[in-house]
Design a protein. Sequence first.
Length: 228
Amino acid sequence: MKGLLKKRTILIDTPDYSKTDRRLMAKDLEDIYWLWNSFSNTLDDKPNLVIAIQKEMFRIHFFFDKMVKVELPPLEPKQMLEAYQRRFKTTHPFTEDALLTIARLSRGIFRRFLRYITLTLDPWTTQPEPQTPIDPENVKKTINYQILAEDMELELLELFPKHSDLRLQAVQLLNHLSESGPQRQTQLAEELNLAAYTMSRLLSKLESHQYITREREGTDKIVSLKRD
């Protein structure tokens, strides 16, 4: 505590919370609130508290009303790759394409990027020598749709509150568009093996929440990821 009193700014990076972890989030914020109150009661020149937290959680705790909210835009995959290369001077043990794949799956969230790196490294460390570099296929085997769906649970819960199957299909669709680029709606339905009405329902929800855009081309529509 004494060391913290000398700091001008304290950064607190909270973990990713899921809908089942709200008690954990509340406990963490209570601890931070206690720290903030301690500073307020004992110091004239208080340090700034900077708290990194998922934007989806920002509306369900009284402490948020006492904060100045700054929403950070998601990072581009190349920015994440550059951060890794600056830190380690190399992409080892990943190929460059593997790191870009991890960055894309992280959807611009740096803590998620770091977690996916750790998850992908775990099976690689058990390989017999000589160990081959981690490529995009290795990444996709580890960071599967179930992991991606769990990480997107909160934001997709608002879109599909009663349908976990649609949340999983939404993750698959967004990831597919990230890899393939813009596609025709009928082609998307065929490649993801989804019925036309299911695809239409998914896209309508994702479009209304600005995940994707659609432009009519003849009798079909071109589906693209929304770019800020």
